[in-house]
Design a protein around this ligand. Structure first.
Ligand code: TSJ
Length: 645
């Protein structure tokens, strides 16, 4: 528990906020939509820490009409006492000194804010205003900053109250960010993730712009997390959950997992002290070791393995796992550039022993279920061995690799230098025609799609293979799919999805991405999938000698620039679809590597992707319609997608 002998002197004064404004990306990663939302996480994380220490179980985030966000908790309230060294109040230090917050947080398990957080002062530094109200010891205390953290209303008691807690409201500085529009979807996803990890805490999101209120509260934490991820899947087992605390290190382990049919992927999310470890680490290593041993030992005891040990991969096919650890500060170690990987060596044995002991017991207690799991593992093993054998035969027989029969819809590239080749999957035949004419014949191939592709989120393999459109995509890419997908065999270095910049186009993108996500996940994770971004406008005029002056624009801001560049007497084409561009225009704006805009698809946030796949692709169509209406905005780079190339 947090010690309450806190004195304001414990805060060490670090440095001012000017540096944050000079180099915002150093503190929040970027100044795009992702960076913008970081401002919210910095504040929310502090409220979450207070709840983790056992104070307050409701956290309310409100998006206001003026573009500000407020966060309210029901904790003890940030201390307001004066620090002798600086003469400043503790709350003032939290907002005016870098990293001040973590310095006086003495919780046993250092969590979100204390671990990698940069602190609420960064949010203050990047805000137009930041208004703080602390309800504490019967008083309402208020302090306010404006213009990047300048104190405008010093701390004062403005009234009496019986409440306790902290309310922080801030408005991001529009001169710093490329967008200052908060997305309810992104905030909601973050709050839901926190709610899954902190059972018993209510997370409320109010969006005053559209008058909505969502609440996330889970009594069964990780079990409900898995139910949520797997809601559209065919379940082989119920969600199984295991937890224990290691007596030597006090490392607290919670694991929930579920096997699904017709899913060839392994999905694992791991957390340490409520912070996602996106690059895994020692806890995941321990989990894999313990799981593999438990299943093999059980199989051997039951005499069903026939001497062939199961590999980890055979076991984890179709398995979804959440691993959540709480590690005391003394044992905490992180690795990697972004500190996303757990390094704590003790976590290997701790997690491995817990999953081995508990899951072994579970298998013995649930024999019928255990047999179903083993059967699935044996099926995966058989498929893996068959695939390996087939490959070796192809290699050893020295036969020239059989040419795949390519669809007549495909306009292939001439080069056999696969890494340099690009496959454009194009919406509609007419755009396909222009793309065919405008392409670089040597390295660019065109595959037009007719209509909407099939939603592959909840269909059987068999139906997938009977779908001509996807069968063609699989064949063209040339590396198999599902279990037998092999990234080494892909025939294109870049797979580029090219659709109209409208809702239908967005839907087609999502359908294709869902397909890749389920059946060729490595294609996405290793960075081979891109989305082409066609321009929204062409501004042009002919000068006296009939020479055309023109410029394309991808946003309204660029449109203004383009008008200035072309000068008086300009005309504007507003492109509603790819079909409105001729081959030359399509080439120079969207296909030519020298001038096009591509976005690389990156699952940086698998949680968000999973959630979107569920909402967008699931059975509930009303959810999908609402989401598309709320979120599809082509003037902005969406978060499904990252990193502009
Ligand atoms: F940091 C912040 F401004 F972003 C922020 C902090 C925002 C919000 C919404 C809440 C909080 C916050 C901080 N809520 N609760 C606290 N708790 C403390 O700062 C606190 C209170 C009492 C004691 C103590 O030892 O008596 C210690 C701490 C760290």
């Amino acid at each position: 528990m947090a010690n309450s002998n806190y004195t304001a002197d414990d805060i060490h004064v670090l440095q001012g906020l000017e540096g944050v404004r000079k180099r915002p990306a150093m503190y929040i990663g970027s100044t795009n939509a992702t960076g913008l939302h970081h401002l919210v996480w910095e504040v929310v994380d502090n409220a979450v820490d207070e709840a983790l220490s056992g104070y307050g179980n409701v956290i309310t985030v409100t998006i206001h009409k003026d573009g500000s966000v407020s966060v309210l908790d029901e904790g003890r309230g940030i201390p307001v006492g004066i620090n002798k060294e600086t003469g400043k109040s503790a709350v003032d230090l939290v907002f005016s000194e870098l990293h001040a917050g973590g310095k006086f947080n003495s919780a046993v398990y250092k969590s979100a804010a204390g671990l990698h957080g940069v602190g609420a002062s960064v949010t203050n530094a990047l805000s137009e205003y930041c208004d703080v109200t602390v309800f504490r010891d019967g008083n309402i205390n208020h302090i306010r900053y404006e213009n990047g953290g300048h104190l405008v209303t010093p701390l004062e008691v403005t009234g009496q109250t019986r409440k306790h807690g902290t309310l922080v409201r801030f408005k991001p500085d529009a001169t710093i960010f490329t967008t200052v529009e908060f997305k309810a979807d992104i905030i909601s996803s973050h709050l839901q993730e926190s709610a899954f990890l902190m059972k018993g805490v209510h997370f409320v999101l109010i969006d005053e712009r559209v008058n909505t209120r969502d609440e996330f509260y889970y009594q069964n934490g990780l079990v409900e997390y898995i139910n949520n991820i797997n809601m559209n899947k065919n379940h082989l087992t119920p969600v199984m959950s295991f937890s224990d605390v290691d007596s030597e290190t006090n490392i607290d382990v919670e694991i929930a997992m579920q096997f699904c049919n017709e899913d060839y992927n392994e999905t694992t999310y791991s957390y340490v002290n409520n912070v996602r470890t996106r690059d895994g680490g020692t806890h995941e290593t321990g989990f894999r070791a313990g799981l593999t041993k438990a299943v093999n030992d059980f199989g051997e005891q039951q005499n069903i393995l026939k001497g062939k040990k199961l590999e980890g991969n055979d076991i984890r096919e179709g398995l979804t796992t959440i691993i959540a650890l709480k590690i005391p500060e003394a044992y905490l170690e992180f690795e990697g550039q972004t500190k996303g990987k757990l390094g704590t060596p003790q976590a290997v044995t701790v997690v491995s022993n817990i999953i081995y002991n508990k899951f072994s017991y579970y298998l013995l207690e649930n024999k019928e279920l255990a047999m179903r799991i083993i059967k699935k593992c044996l099926d995966s093993q058989a498929a893996r061995i068959a695939a390996r054998k087939a490959k070796e035969e192809v290699r050893s027989s020295k036969k020239v690799k059989q040419e795949v029969i390519l669809s007549d819809k495909l306009t292939p590239a001439q080069s056999k230098d696969y890494k340099k080749n690009e496959l454009f999957i194009v919406e509609g035949d007419s755009a396909g025609g222009s793309a065919k004419k405008g392409r670089d014949r040597l390295h660019q191939a065109i595959l037009p799609l007719r209509g909407k592709p099939l939603n592959t989120d909840s269909i059987s393999m068999d139906r997938l293979l009977h779908n001509e459109e996807f069968a063609t995509v699989i064949n063209t890419i040339g590396a198999g799919f599902g279990q037998s997908f092999d990234i080494e065999d892909i025939h294109y270095g870049k797979i580029i999805i090219m659709t109209d910049a409208d809702t239908d186009g967005a839907h087609i993108q999502t359908l294709l991405l869902t397909f890749f996500y389920h059946y060729m996940r490595e294609l996405i994770t290793s960075g081979h999938v891109y989305i082409a971004v066609p321009p929204l406008y062409r501004v042009y005029k002919e000068d006296k000698s009939h020479k055309v002056i023109q410029r394309y624009a991808w946003s309204d801001a660029e449109l203004d620039e383009a008008k200035k560049y072309v000068g008086a007497g300009y005309k504007i084409n507003r492109y509603k679809g790819l079909g409105e561009m001729d081959a030359v225009q399509l080439k120079e704006t969207t296909m030519d590597p020298k001038s096009r805009l591509l976005i690389q698809v990156d699952i940086e946030d698998p949680f968000l992707v999973e959630r979107r796949v569920n909402v967008l692709m699931g059975k509930d169509t009303s959810l999908r319609k609402k989401w598309v209406e709320d979120n599809v905005d082509f003037n902005e780079v969406d978060t499904f997608i990252k990193e502009v190339k």
